[in-house]
Design a binder for this molecule. Structure first.
Ligand code: G3P
Ligand code: MG
Length: 253
C-alpha cells in the first residue's frame, strides 16, 4: 500500500516535540518544535485509568512530573494536577501532561505532521491501541499527516487492523536479522532504528526493500548529515535548530 504521508517526511523531525528546549511531550515542546522550523514531530502516547490518551513517555509519572506512580492508575483529573514542567526548568512551572486531543489540536493549528509512538504499559497493548484509535478517528483532522510507530508489534498490528489507511513504523534499537519478515508481517511502511545501530549497509538494504528509514535520537549535525547521505529519510532530534544549522552549513559550505 502506498501512503502519501511517507512522501512528506522531512529530513528533520522533532523528538518528544523539541525536548532539548522544553519539557518533553508537552504543548510547549510541540510549539517549540514548530518555532524552530520542524514540520513533523514525534510524541509518545499512553492511557490513563479512565481510558484517556495522554502524551507521556514513561509508564510512570516520576521522572517528568512532581507525582509518583503509573499513568495507568491515575485518572485524567489526577494527571492534570501534576506539574510536568518544573523538572525541566522553573521557566516551565505549571506545564501539564497534555491529552492526545489537546496535542492534536495544537499540531493541527501549527500545520505539523505527527509521528505518534504508541507506548502501552505491558499488558495494555490492545486496549491502549483501541482507545487511541477511537480518539484519532474522532479528533484528527483529515489534513494532519499521521505516521504511527511502536516498539510493540501487537499494538502495531491492532492499529493496522483498525486504521489500515495509516502508515506504520517499526521501532527498534538494533535491526533484527529477520527484519524484512517482521516488517511484512506487521505491514509496516518504515523502520525506525536507534542511531548507534545504523550502518550504511543496513540503510541500503532497508531502502532497497522499499521501506522508509528513520533514525533516533540524533543531536549531532555531522552524524545527521552522514545518515542523510546514506539515504536515511528522517532523523529524529531533541534539537531541530542544531540540525537545521548543520544542514545549511553542508549546503553552503
Ligand atoms: O520514536 C523514536 C523514539 O522516540 C523511540 O524511543 O524511548 O525516545 O520513545 P523513545
Ligand atoms: Mg518516542
Amino acid at each position: 500500500m502506498t501512503h502519501s504521508v511517507l512522501d512528506q517526511l522531512p529530513q528533520i523531525m522533532g523528538h518528544r516535540g523539541a525536548c532539548g528546549h522544553a519539557p518533553e511531550n508537552t504543548l510547549s515542546s510541540i510549539e517549540m518544535a514548530a518555532t524552530l522550523g520542524a514540520k513533523f514531530i514525534e510524541i509518545d502516547v499512553c492511557l490513563t485509568k479512565d481510558n484517556i490518551a495522554v502524551i507521556h513517555h514513561d509508564t510512570d509519572v516520576d521522572r517528568c512530573t512532581d507525582g509518583h506512580g503509573p499513568v495507568l492508575l491515575k485518572t485524567l483529573a489526577e494527571i492534570k494536577q501534576l506539574d510536568a514542567g518544573m523538572q525541566f526548568s522553573p521557566t516551565f512551572i505549571g506545564e501539564k501532561i497534555p491529552t492526545l486531543k489537546e496535542a492534536i489540536s495544537i499540531i493541527d493549528k501549527l500545520g505539523l505532521g505527527l509521528n505518534l509512538e504508541l507506548k502501552p504499559s505491558k499488558g495494555w497493548q490492545v486496549p491502549t491501541t483501541e482507545f487511541v484509535v477511537r480518539e484519532l478517528q474522532e479528533f484528527l483532522p483529515n489534513g494532519v499527516p499521521l505516521l504511527v510507530s511502536s516498539f510493540n508489534i501487537e499494538a502495531l498490528v491492532k492499529l493496522g487492523a483498525l486504521m489500515p489507511e495509516v502508515p506504520l513504523g517499526y521501532l527498534t534499537e538494533a535491526i533484527p536479522p529477520d527484519w524484512e519478515q517482521r516488517l511484512a508481517d506487521a505491514e509496516c511502511a518504515s523502520l525506525h532504528c536507534e542511531k548507534d545501530f545504523v550502518t550504511k549497509e543496513n540503510v541500503a538494504a532497508v531502502k532497497a526493500a522499499g521501506y522508509k528509514f528513520l533514525v533516533y535520537t540524533v543531536n549531532d549535525p555531522d552524524m545527521a548529515n552522514q545518515f542523510l547521505d546514506w539515504g536515511v529519510d528522517s532523523v529524529i532530534t531533541d534539537y531541530p535548530d542544531r540540525l537545521f544549522e548543520g544542514l545549511q552549513l553542508t549546503k553552503t559550505g
